[in-house]
Write a protein that binds this ligand. Sequence first.
Ligand code: ADP
Length: 358
Amino acid sequence: MWPFSRTRPAAAPESTGADSASAASLAALVQALPEPVLVLDRKGTVLFANPPAVAALETEARGQHISVAIRAPAVLAAVRDVLAGEAPQHVEHEIKVPAPKLFGVYVAAIGGMGESPAVLIQLRDLTREQQVERMRADFVANASHELRTPLASLSGFIETLLGAAREDAAARQKFLELMRAQAFRMKRLIDDLLSLSRIEMNVHVRPSSRVDLVEIARHVAEALAGMAKAEDCAIVLDFNEPLVVNGDRDELVQVVQNLVENALKYAGAGKRIELGGGSSEGQVELTVRDFGPGIAEQHIPRLTERFYRVDVQESRARGGTGLGLAIVKHILNRHRGRLIVSSNLGKGSVFTLRLPAA
Ligand code: ADP
């Protein structure tokens, strides 16, 4: 059990002159550390808490019993154990309010300083690591699911061709076409995944060639002329000046192409798409405007998440992978740029790229 009273107020360390001199050095050392650190006496009272600890725990902590400063039974048990002579311990401490946080807590006895100080507690904020780990797990689950769906239908068609449809030429033709569509879907998904990982690997390398976004817009409009014609949609360009940035041309083509393709897929039929832009205060902007159904407000902040779609069935039917805007965001990050989305339901959407001018 807990070897001391929790209710006793914080007392000055009971120590000799030599002890108090070394306690003062320890306090100065703890104060200078960049990581959150607390030092307790044998009674479990916080003797010192450095500024990172005060910020992390959102309480002054000094003078409080550890059970008040950190409300976590695992931490209390670790303090009790190290005071009883056990080895240092690593435990976790999760807080839910005001914002969820996860800390790794290291608890060790401080030897050779007499009665007090007696215990060192170091905190490490693991919140970000935990989030990244969750995102990684979600990503693997989503990617596997997206690949498994076309694979399952391919297997189904193969079984049918080997069985019931073996001698039926018309059915065979139909199934082979369906299989081709599923194989294309898998290829698109794998291409997008590879694209995303290649861009992520280069995220810290800033591209340095000079490219003109207007030339890129023209190139994309030409490349997608066939798709626009099939949707009975006009792509209109309206630029008054070159928009030169430091960038990787292929990647910026991919950005503009993804945005124009999306506009064609989700908003193009029978309408028009406008590409325009300008520059001011060292920034250039390129806008892709459509006059389609628009996107409800609650979806807008999530559009660049991997595999996020407003309507999964519609995206799949139109050959979408749910990765297009995630790729756009990553490429823009690498270019120190950003994507701004605004949309009006029933009226259309505007996707704006903003990049530093060259
Ligand atoms: P996808 O491969 O599904 O097109 P994206 O990441 O490119 O994936 O886009 C995510 C989702 O955003 C799409 O599934 C679609 O629901 C929505 N979206 C993107 N662009 C538009 C647009 N211009 N108009 C309406 N919805 C759009």
